[in-house]
Write a protein that binds this ligand. Structure first.
Ligand code: 3H9
Length: 707
């Protein structure tokens, strides 16, 4: 028998076990193994039925995604799963799929080819392919509507979100939920159905509905996909695939699906999203901090500062079930902070994200305090006070006195030097940056800033903790702005320059929204508060090289008290619902300021806007990479996708540059260098990669191999 699939007997029931760790993906050899096992049980007269089950933590997490990379990079087509699935469905004896963990993608397609499905109630099933820029490619868009009806099938294939086994059972996708031992329950079920006619999913047409009934379902699904998954092609293609199958015989539906699947697989969007899938897992790997590094158990936490960030961070700990003390300097500040937390939770209940019971439990985990008394009992503190070095140092000196040895002392600073903060303590090895993004309880990104002396245990703990907190932790070095904000500076600088050179405010934002960004750079400034950057610029002005062009428009807007949304005026005007409208006064002012500064006005295309802003990210990203402040180009991509609204289907700024071609990117940056001067000096690493015909992805591979 195949190494990854084995067959055993439980008296008259065959047990076919898929054992391809870690997630039983359908890698080459596994489908063949299942097929051979089906043949073996069919040819054994003592066997009446078969149970297919996964070894280890899950049923089957889908096709092997690594194989897709091999296919698209070599252009080679590989065998599809369809013949195996027909083979199972045509088996003379019933095949029962026993699901625990996940049946995702090809895993669910495999399960649907069985005659029955039983599941542990903790299991999840789904067709998440759209998250990889593809669609189900082994009959998922054809079998799923036959089991659960068109509306729900379209939703699952287009949105890619899994459902619980309980919901699947209610929909008719799972035939029985099994409490207790899954295999035992599945074998008992197999005996109940053995000898009875086995239903083939592909022949169950009764839930398919008519064209007239389905038309509004497809129209509504397309509408939702265009709004909620803006720019992503796969959801629309998934809907097309389901629609194509209705009214066609099953095998022709599968052929239509296979064609659409292949088109998606070879698209740039799919390549980018697969890069993101592996990238999100890659960032957890730190070359000099091996998996075995001991971690510090974080069972109790503390947050200093109950402002917007501090309150959000306290919620993050509470949401993960970790009790947290939240400290502020006086009762009024603390009441305000706790009030905001309650309001946030109430709105989550209103939106159906959390139940009231869950929220009550979480609130019980947050203890507001005014002193450091409780701090001797916590394993980790996150400081989230006002962004100023002197204050941070005072807080850290206090933490040094209050916390037990071995506790992690983290700062949520977004710009300040972690080593300097650490110098205020007697234990710099315990100090690290944990840069949450606002709103902290929502945004997935956590930049973990490694100080010169941060210990490996502290790094490993924060990386592991990020997953428990529902975040994606990316390790970055201690430079000004770290990775995300350091790149964001040049990006927003270019947005301002473009306006100063003649582009309309809305045109700059629109070009980047059409590129796929969640928001334009100027609207983002208004949301965050233009005064934040203004204050930082004032603090660092003495570091600017003289004679180098600096944007001025935002500083002038701030001087006029136009801080953005909070003052209902910034780049835009805001109504009471925070809806933005363009402000002719801003256009006129910028034109005047630009004329005074002697900046020539011209028509600027959307393509130039995108190149200027996005290549500013890429150029700075290349410098960061070269200087070692990010471990890999993919780390930068993951930061941008999870913290800055960069479109996942473009893979992140560095992947996007690879897709465009580094030679073209480099040439364009050289043009900007000539036109706009020193700020556009190309990063040496970019130049080197472009000149040697390499990509950032190749740089990553060589770099990891060398580490
Ligand atoms: C598909 O099925 C298309 C079909 O229609 C068929 C068409 C013909 N392949 O996430 P984790 C690796 S498309 C290869 O950390 P967790 C992962 O890289 C597929 N590798 O664990 C990691 O490796 P490493 C549709 C895979 O417990 C390790 O397994 N299916 C695959 O947090 C552990 O993963 C999906 O999109 C795979 N399919 O989460 C599901 N899956 O340790 C994708 C995982 O070296 N997978 N790996 O870094 C998931 O969503 C999560 O992995 C899962 C487990 C929820 C299963």
């Amino acid at each position: 028998m195949n190494n990854n699939v084995r067959i055993s007997k439980d008296n008259d029931v065959a047990v076919i076990t898929i054992d391809n760790p870690p997630v039983n993906a359908l890698s080459p050899g596994v489908p063949e193994g299942i097929s051979a096992a089906i043949d073996e049980m069919n040819s054994d007269p003592s066997i009446k039925a078969a149970v297919v089950i996964g070894a280890g933590r899950t049923f089957v997490a889908g096709a092997d995604i690594k194989e897709f990379i091999k296919m698209t990079s070599s252009g080679a087509r590989r065998a599809t799963l369809l013949p195996l699935l027909l083979h199972i469905e045509d088996s003379g004896k019933p095949v029962i799929m026993a699901i625990h963990g996940n049946a995702f993608g090809g895993g669910l397609e495999l399960a649907m080819a069985g005659h029955y499905r039983v599941a542990a109630s903790t299991a999840q099933v789904g067709q998440p392919e759209v998250n990889l820029g593809i669609i189900p490619g082994a009959g998922g868009t054809q079998r799923l509507p036959r089991l659960i009806g068109v509306a729900k099938a379209v939703q699952m294939c287009a949105e890619g979100k899994p459902i619980s086994a309980r919901e699947a059972a209610a929909l008719g996708l799972i035939d029985r939920l099994i409490d207790g031992d899954l295999l035992e329950g599945a074998v008992a079920f197999a005996r109940e159905v053995a000898g009875k006619p086995a239903p083939k999913t592909r022949e169950r047409n009764e839930k398919l509905g008519t064209a007239a009934e389905n038309a509004p379902i497809f129209a509504a699904a397309r509408d939702t996909a265009r709004k909620k998954q803006r720019g992503l092609k796969a959801p629309l293609v998934a809907i097309d695939a389901v629609e194509a199958g209705i009214g066609l015989p099953f095998d022709q539906g599968c052929q239509a699906e296979a064609k659409l699947f292949t088109e998606c697989l070879f698209s740039d969007q799919s390549k980018a999203l697969i890069h993101v899938f592996f990238g999100e897992r890659e960032v957890a790997k730190i070359p000099d901090v091996p998996k075995e590094t001991p971690v510090i158990p974080v069972n109790r936490a503390a947050v200093v500062g109950s402002g917007t960030m501090g309150g959000g961070i306290a919620m993050v700990f509470a949401n993960a079930g970790i009790p947290v003390v939240l400290k502020d300097v006086d009762e009024a500040a603390l009441d305000l902070g706790m009030g905001k937390i309650r309001k946030n939770y109430a709105s989550s209940v209103q939106r159906g994200r959390f139940t009231q019971e869950f929220v009550d439990e979480r609130l019980r985990l947050i203890t507001p305090v005014l002193t450091y008394d409780e701090f001797s009992r916590v394993d980790m503190v996150v400081e989230a006070v006002f962004e100023g070095m002197a204050l941070k140092k005072t807080v850290f000196a206090g933490l040094d006195r209050a916390c037990r040895r071995g506790a992690i002392l983290a700062s949520n600073t977004s710009t300040l030097n972690i080593d300097e903060i650490a110098s205020a303590t007697s234990r710099p090895e315990a100090v690290i940056g944990t840069h949450f993004f606002s709103p902290a309880n929502v945004m997935r990104l956590l930049e973990i800033v490694r100080g010169k002396k941060s210990s490996k245990e502290v790094v490993a703990t924060c990386m592991q903790l990020s997953k428990k907190l529902g975040k994606i932790g990316v390790l970055v070095g201690n430079c000004r702005g770290f990775v995300g904000n350091r790149m964001f500076g040049p990006y927003r600088r270019e947005a301002q320059f473009l306006v100063e050179e003649g582009a309309e405010v809305a045109a700059v934002d629109q070009a980047l929204v059409e590129f796929g960004n969640a928001m334009g750079p100027l609207a983002t400034g208004d949301l965050a508060g233009l005064d934040v950057g203004w204050r930082i610029r004032k603090e660092y002005r003495h570091l600017e090289k003289p004679g180098i062009r600096q944007p001025f428009a935002e500083d002038r807007l701030c001087e006029m008290g136009r801080y953005g949304q909070k003052t209902v005026r910034g780049w835009y005007l805001y109504d009471e619902n925070r809806r933005a409208s363009t402000d002719p006064e801003v256009s006129a002012l910028v034109r005047k300021w630009s004329a005074d500064a002697g900046i020539a006005q011209r028509q600027i295309s959307a393509a130039e806007i995108v190149d200027r802003c996005i290549y500013a990210l890429v150029n700075e990203g290349a410098r960061i990479l070269e200087e070692g402040y990010a471990l890999r180009a993919v780390d930068i991509d993951i930061i941008y996708l999870n913290g800055y609204g960069f479109p996942a289907y473009r893979g992140g700024p560095m992947w996007y540059a690879d897709t465009v071609g580094l030679q073209s990117v480099y040439r364009r940056i050289c043009e900007f260098h000539q036109q706009h001067g020193e700020l556009w000096a190309p990063a040496p690493l970019l130049q080197q990669l472009a000149e040697t015909g390499k990509t950032f992805a190749e740089f990553d591979k060589e770099h990891v191999a060398a580490a």
